[in-house]
Design a protein around this ligand. Structure first.
Ligand code: MAN
Length: 162
């Protein structure tokens, strides 16, 4: 007798759970992408990336559209990405509502961007308790004029390699 193929049975409630999971993922993505307009769209190049550096006992990490953390054994949230802004015509990325500090305030972090040849954290400071300031070099922050200044800087080194 021919055997009937075995059907994979997924219950209604599992499907509903999967759909609402996907819906909330979509909502989150929509909220994130609403900050990304015009020239800031170039930041999407780092959508899947995270950057980290070690400072004394802590590893600091941030993922541009997601979260910032401070790790030393356990992981402490420095906040979730809320928005882009700019300070003295440089782009800043803001992370807010991180883990509560003993003083009562929620931890938060701001990323200050600078034009650089590669994307990397160059400095981490805590200017006031539980407020973190991270300096980040990236080609994304380069304007045409800063890019040509950088090119001039690296050109002699490249030429001597040839
Ligand atoms: C931890 C770290 C520090 C922070 C203190 C505040 O040790 O998150 O960066 O200053 O908590 O109590």
């Amino acid at each position: 007798m021919a055997r009937l193929p075995t059907a994979t049975f997924t219950s209604d409630s599992t499907i509903h759970r999967q759909i609402s999971g996907l819906e909330s993922e979509l909502k989150e993505l929509d909220a994130t992408l609403s900050h990304v307009t015009g020239a800031r769209m170039i930041w999407l190049a780092h959508y899947e990336d995270c950057f980290s550096t070690q400072v004394r006992e802590y590893t600091y990490e941030f993922c541009p559209f997601k979260q910032a953390t401070q790790k030393s054994g356990s992981s402490t949230s420095l906040g979730r990405f809320t928005r882009f802004d700019s300070e003295e015509s440089r782009t800043t990325l803001h992370f807010e509502n991180g883990q509560r500090c003993w003083q009562g305030m929620d931890r938060k972090a701001v990323i200050h961007t600078n034009c650089g040849v590669t994307s990397a954290i160059t400095l981490v400071e805590e200017p006031s308790t539980c407020f973190y300031s991270i300096h980040f070099d990236t080609p994304i922050a380069c304007s045409l004029s800063t890019a040509s200044a950088l090119r001039q800087e690296i050109e002699p080194a490249r030429n001597s390699e040839l």
